[in-house]
Design a protein around this ligand. Sequence first.
Ligand SMILES: Nc1nc2c(ncn2[C@@H]2O[C@H](COP(=O)(O)OP(=O)(O)OP(=O)(O)O)[C@@H](O)[C@H]2O)c(=O)[nH]1
Ligand SMILES: [Mg+2]
Length: 196
Amino acid sequence: MTEEQITFKFLLIGTSRVGKSSILLRFCDNKFNESIGITIGVDFKFGEVMVDNKNIKMEIWDTAGQDRFRSITPSYYRNTTGIMIVYDVTNEETFEHISTWFQEIKSNAPEDVVIMIVGNKTDLEERRAVSYQKGQKLAGSYGCLFGEMSAKTGINVRESFTQMASQALKLQKKSKKKPKQKEVSFTKKTSTKKNC
Ligand SMILES: Nc1nc2c(ncn2[C@@H]2O[C@H](COP(=O)(O)OP(=O)(O)OP(=O)(O)O)[C@@H](O)[C@H]2O)c(=O)[nH]1
Ligand SMILES: [Mg+2]
């Protein structure tokens, strides 16, 4: 008997130039392009990871960071299993924007979505403006996953997508067992429950 193919829809969000498209390019094609263009609207690619000996297919949507290219925002979030909120570790402003991205998730995403905060561009260590601890603490306050990576070197890119897929798979198993979904909070420090 062939096992059912699991496909998850993932979404990359975050301020313009943090490296969302570069992360997708690294993960799906194992490439990096120094002069990659800004994203207009949305784009998507397929990727695959192995979790518990299962092949998980991921349809990953890359969104535009620039407001003027984000006209159809709510539709991006439909049927999304996981969301990566990306910031640039050399740019504190992009880290400060995370709360705004959470507001957008709260208004548009399914309640049981897996969320991961990701600090990108760790290869630029000498220009680092946001410490690992600061990122980890913020993710802890939202009860979501956290990781740092570099789309340029590829470090921790595949591992982070695998971590998200693994968490999504766990949630899927749980929700199959329980007919009712647990309540999830997107608000900082108001809940001890972990949604991802
Ligand atoms: N050094 C370094 N540069 C990176 C890394 N990731 C992306 N960049 C560079 O950062 C710039 C922006 O990258 P993009 O991938 O286009 O960023 P984006 O978040 O998709 O931007 P928008 O499409 O405008 O939302 C490009 O010049 C990339 O080459 C990284 O890990 N390290
Ligand atoms: Mg882009």
